[in-house]
Design a protein around this ligand. Structure first.
Ligand SMILES: Nc1ncnc2c1ncn2[C@@H]1O[C@H](COP(=O)(O)OP(=O)(O)OP(=O)(O)O)[C@@H](O)[C@H]1O
Length: 266
């Protein structure tokens, strides 16, 4: 079911996440709307994955309120909420058996299971899985074990799986990590198509590199040491002063034909 355009799909208010003495997130406010595509940027350990886990109903805040798809975490059965959210991450990828066939990795998402077991898939599921594998360029590997794929092919398989349930919110944690230049460019092109698809879900992508931001992404949030440095429309946030503050190093930023590039300031 598609969300109403511009409705909030993630609302985070005054959120702290604390583990022992460590503040993973501190005083975070953030709203994602159905028609927005966000990139989360920040240095290693800034709290990007933690924030994505809150948005994915995988983690509860220590303090503050998190609402996802209109439901408040803590007052909803997360097992009913999670099928409405598509999520890819390195941690989830590790849970996929290397011997699982690619086609089964994708289609089994509809049943919220990892790997095909005794489920019987209907024609609708199999047709949708075939369409998504085609869209993400993994149809030729449908019968291959997941473990035999290249990193780029695995990343695209995971995105096809994440879209299988027709989610209202898509969360991608570092989909560009480990890809070669060709693989990165292929992914950016496919993600640009998804970003520009009016019927696609709200999207949030975590990355360390501005070069991986697909044209069509509309907003950015910069994190540093668990705190929001800036959040808002892409052009207002991806500036040299704000990126320099987030990464703790003086940076020059360029935008050419919809693609960002950053390097240390001379
Ligand atoms: N259970 C925990 N207890 C203490 N510290 C934790 C715990 N889980 C995560 N952290 C710390 O919280 C910080 C934020 O982690 P998180 O994975 O959200 O950052 P990140 O921005 O996604 O990092 P990266 O870019 O390296 O993936 C890190 O310093 C991490 O070591």
């Amino acid at each position: 079911m598609a969300c109403v355009e511009h409705e909030p799909v993630v609302e985070i208010r005054g959120v702290d996440v604390v583990r022992g003495q460590a503040h993973l997130l501190r005083g975070v406010d953030w709203t994602v709307r159905a028609d927005e595509r966000w990139v989360l940027l920040g240095p290693n350990g800034a709290g990007k994955t933690t924030l994505l886990q809150l948005a994915g109903a995988q983690l509860h805040p220590t303090r503050g309120e998190v609402r996802v798809l209109g439901e408040t975490l803590g007052a909803v059965d997360v097992f009913e909420l999670r099928p409405r959210i598509g999520l890819t991450s390195a941690a989830l990828a590790q849970r996929i058996s290397p011997s699982e066939r690619v086609g089964d990795v994708v289609v089994s998402a509809g049943y919220a299971v990892m790997g095909r077991w005794r489920e019987r898939y209907d024609v609708h599921d199999l047709t949708r899985a075939a369409m998504l594998m085609q869209q993400w360029g993994v149809s030729p590997f449908a019968h291959r074990p997941f473990g035999t794929l290249s990193e780029g092919e695995r990343k695209r398989t995971q995105i096809a799986r994440a879209l299988m349930t027709d989610p209202e919110l898509l969360l991608l944690d570092e989909p560009g990590a480990g890809l070669d230049l060709g693989g990165r460019e292929d992914l950016v092109t496919r993600l640009t198509g998804l970003a520009r698809d009016h019927y696609a879900p709200a999207q949030v992508l975590v990355t360390h590199h501005v070069e991986e931001i697909p044209p069509g992404y509309t907003h950015a949030l910069l994190l540093r040491e668990g705190e929001v440095v800036a959040a808002g429309p892409m052009a207002e946030v991806l500036t040299a002063p704000l990126l320099s503050e987030a990464f703790g190093v003086g940076l020059d930023v360029q935008l050419e034909r919809g693609r960002f590039a950053a390097r240390r300031a001379a």
